[in-house]
Design a protein around this ligand. Structure first.
Ligand SMILES: [Zn+2]
Length: 69
């Protein structure tokens, strides 16, 4: 995944920054709780193709979090 390409990508819904999930090969928008798939190295920036993340996933490593539950 090209870092410069990644920096250019924003969520098509909220225009927010995306987080690259290297293991899942997804680009995550925590604001919308959607994970956009990367297929054959090409990000699929379509809301209808995106996976809805669980609440736990969206909370994971969020900046406001303090300590473990
Ligand atoms: Zn978004």
């Amino acid at each position: 995944m090209d870092k410069e390409l990644l920096a250019m990508l924003v969520c098509p819904l909220c225009k927010g920054k995306l987080k690259y999930n290297r293991e899942a090969l997804e680009l995550e928008c925590r604001f919308d709780g959607l994970a956009y798939p990367i297929r054959d190295g090409i990000p699929v920036m379509l809301p209808e193709e995106a996976r809805a993340m669980s609440v736990d996933e969206t909370l994971h490593d969020s900046p406001g979090r303090t300590g473990e539950a």
